[in-house]
Design a protein around this ligand. Structure first.
Ligand SMILES: Nc1ncnc2c1ncn2[C@@H]1O[C@H](COP(=O)(O)OP(=O)(O)O)[C@@H](O)[C@H]1O
Ligand SMILES: [Mg+2]
Length: 211
């Protein structure tokens, strides 16, 4: 049986680092695995990603942002994720729709029910089976990204906004706790990866047998 795993959390929490290490291990244990990311994950999605992350686009309205993320996501689901799951593989996505709910919904106060309806339309209700929340104090995440020089338009918002995003993630965990695992992302990389692997392989063992 297939499985869809998403990594969520603020910028700088280590999602990309952890997703890569996880995908390597999942593959090494004999699963067919696809590592992908949002926004992007498809050629069309990558073009949308460029628009979203260009510093020049400072005037972008949160609604425009949400719709672009959703457009990228629809393409990602239909072109990449769904077909891979249909073949029985394990998909690991570095962000998925809970990012948009956290940032544009909880962060920018767009109406959550509306965002959920649009998301449902864009994804045909494709939900991750397991979501790993890399949880980190907001200041720490922003400092990591600053120190590596990876600053983009979305980082430019105030600290308060990032606090709302973090609280939003926690609210979503509380709504559906069985689907989520919270990992303390302030630990060393190897330690975090160990925790993630424990959760992921327990999950995979419960849904499928090795090929
Ligand atoms: N556990 C960690 N402790 C300290 N620094 C980390 C840790 N994980 C990642 N980093 C560093 O923080 C930065 C952001 O990591 P990254 O994996 O790109 O996060 P994200 O994809 O969530 O934005 C990178 O410079 C990375 O090397
Ligand atoms: Mg990343």
């Amino acid at each position: 049986m297939s499985s869809f795993i998403a990594l969520e959390g603020p910028d700088g929490s280590g999602k990309s680092t952890q997703a890569k290490l996880l995908a390597e291990e999942v593959g090494a244990r004999g699963y067919d695995v696809l590592l992908t990311r949002e926004p992007g994950g498809s050629p069309i999605g990558d073009q949308i990603r460029q628009i979203l992350f260009t510093l020049n686009n400072k005037s972008m309205h949160p609604k425009t942002e949400f719709l672009l993320f959703s457009a990228s996501r629809a393409q990602h689901v239909y072109e990449v994720i769904r077909p891979y799951l249909d073949k029985g593989g394990v998909v690991i996505s570095d962000r998925y729709f809970h990012s948009s709910l956290a940032y544009q919904g909880y962060g920018h106060d767009l109406d959550l029910d509306t965002l959920k309806q649009i998301t449902s339309f864009a994804t045909s209700d494709l939900l991750p089976d397991l979501i790993l929340l890399l949880d980190l104090p907001v200041e720490e995440g922003l400092n990591r990204r600053k120190s590596e020089g990876k600053w983009n338009r979305l980082d430019d918002y105030q600290l308060e906004f990032h606090q709302k995003v973090r609280q939003g993630y926690h609210a979503m965990v509380d709504e559906d706790p069985d689907r989520w695992a919270i990992v303390d992302a302030s630990q060393p990389v190897e330690r975090i990866q160990m925790e993630i692997r424990k959760v992921v392989f327990r999950h995979l063992a419960s849904v499928q047998t090795l090929p």
